[in-house]
Design a protein around this ligand. Structure first.
Ligand code: AKG
Length: 441
């Protein structure tokens, strides 16, 4: 799997010719040609919400099964007018077709993560795409820093291109529809967990949700890179509008295969994020996904990320834990957690508690942080399977982001453990200084 010495140099020279080295994924993270198309994620008809609002039990079971077995599903008859969707898709196309200088007038900057960006990274590797982000609440008020004692808040404003006023209008209309749909889904998912339907609504009084417009240009070497690298979503749930060009792949829970989500006209794709995984105490796992690109067609997608109020403490819901099923996650503060995130890097922090025990080299523990139940489970697991973490020679060193001056505590994205089924284990965000960080209580 690893490419060394001259071979590596040659590969780099060839790829430089294509002028895309920055986007080059390391070998083990390049899309394999055999992602499966045959089986799609569940397709759920939401029409009972309109037609039979008093007898939703069948729908609730379907949604619960999809959350548990896939973490992903598509919805049709969701009530979002097609016109509204077409309008935002057309405005997004017009925006990304603008000259670079025009798009850069609304670029994201150090202090404000909203706006245009053309060098997004997933797990420290550049993605083959351009994005435009905005917050659902404008302005949005969030903690100024991750420091627990720092009470300062900052106000962030969306940036809209003056030369394309229709973008803002179309986004506002579509976002209002996404919000309605998100709350319908939230209620259905709450019911599927045996909770009152409005149990989760209180977490969104000052929601910090955001929306992204994704543009994936055609790529000269699609087999060597990704539109978005594998990642999980950190929020509550994501609602995605994809156009008619396939690209999204979901990691099937049963066997770890990447499943290409075939576009269904007018459908939205839903996935539960890390917060649902914590709330449900692992019943509904946040599932990895990624985006493949192609050499001929451009692709557009619009994810709406449902996030709670910044002051939310995220923890397993008390109704869902008991002696037999104790809390598997420590609680953390959502606003402080977001404030620690480097917006160029994406991934899940949840796994860190589970896998950090594996950060050992030749029997010497490099990091021994925490002492949580998960840490214990990790240790037992390692003892039982005798798998041993090792850094994989030079290639994997490129994944070490230690020493990144902006986020020196983000480290060690990828390790191998010699597990034959999944030789590459991804550790997205080991926040070394923050594993037992101040925002985890
Ligand atoms: O474009 C897609 O299909 C998915 C995008 C995605 O996963 C993201 O933006 O986080």
């Amino acid at each position: 799997m690893l490419v060394h010495g001259n071979k590596k140099k040659k590969l780099e020279t060839e790829t430089q010719k294509l002028n895309w080295t920055k986007n080059k994924k390391a070998l083990e993270h390049r899309p394999k040609p055999h992602s499966i198309e045959a089986q799609n994620i569940p397709l759920i008809d939401l029409s009972p919400l309109l037609k039979h609002p008093d007898s939703l039990s069948g729908l609730v079971v379907e949604i619960g099964d999809a959350c548990q077995n896939w973490g992903f599903f598509q919805v049709i008859n969701h009530g979002v007018p097609s016109k509204c969707r077409q309008k935002v898709e057309s405005a997004a196309r017009k925006f990304f077709a603008l000259p670079k200088e025009e798009k850069r007038k609304v670029s994201r900057d150090e202090g404000n993560p909203f706006g245009y960006y053309d060098s997004e990274h997933t797990k420290n590797v550049r993605d083959w795409k351009e994005v435009f982000d905005f917050a659902v609440q404008n302005p949005i008020i969030i903690p100024a820093s991750h420091e627990p004692a720092d009470m300062e808040m900052k106000e962030l404003f969306n940036k809209w291109p003056e030369s394309l006023p229709e973008l803002r209008e179309a986004c506002d209309e579509h976002t209002a529809e996404m919000e309605k749909l998100a709350f319908k889904l939230l209620e259905l998912i709450a019911l599927s967990l045996g909770l009152p339907k409005d149990r989760l609504n209180g977490f969104f009084k000052d929601q910090t949700s955001r929306v992204r417009l994704n543009y994936y240009p055609p790529c000269p070497a699609p087999h060597l890179t990704l539109g978005v690298g594998r990642h999980k979503d950190t929020g509550v749930l994501t609602i995605l509008a994809q156009d008619n060009v396939a690209g999204l792949e979901v990691k099937r829970k049963t066997d770890g295969q990447w499943i290409l989500v075939k576009p269904t006209p007018d459908a939205y794709i839903i996935n539960v994020g890390d917060i649902f995984q914590v709330w449900s105490n692992d019943k509904y796992e946040s599932v990895e996904h990624r985006v493949v690109v192609n050499s001929e067609k451009e692709r557009f997608s619009i994810p709406y990320f449902l996030y709670p109020s910044h002051y939310t403490w995220v923890e397993p819901l008390e109704e869902l834990i008991n002696e037999q099923n104790p809390a598997r996650f420590k609680r953390y503060n959502w606003g402080k957690f977001r404030a620690t995130r480097n917006y160029e890097l994406r991934g899940s922090t949840l796994l860190k508690l589970e896998w950090i025990i594996l950060l050992e080299l030749g029997g010497n523990t490099l990091l021994e942080l925490g002492g949580s139940t998960l840490l214990e489970q990790g240790r037992r697991w390692r003892e039982a399977t005798s798998l041993w973490a090792t850094f994989v020679a030079l290639d994997s060193l490129s994944y070490l982001t230690m020493g990144n001056p902006r986020e020196p505590w983000i480290a060690l994205s990828y390790l191998t453990m010699g597990n034959p089924r999944e030789p590459w284990i991804t550790l997205s965000y080991l926040t070394m200084g923050y594993n037992e960080g101040p925002w985890i209580a």
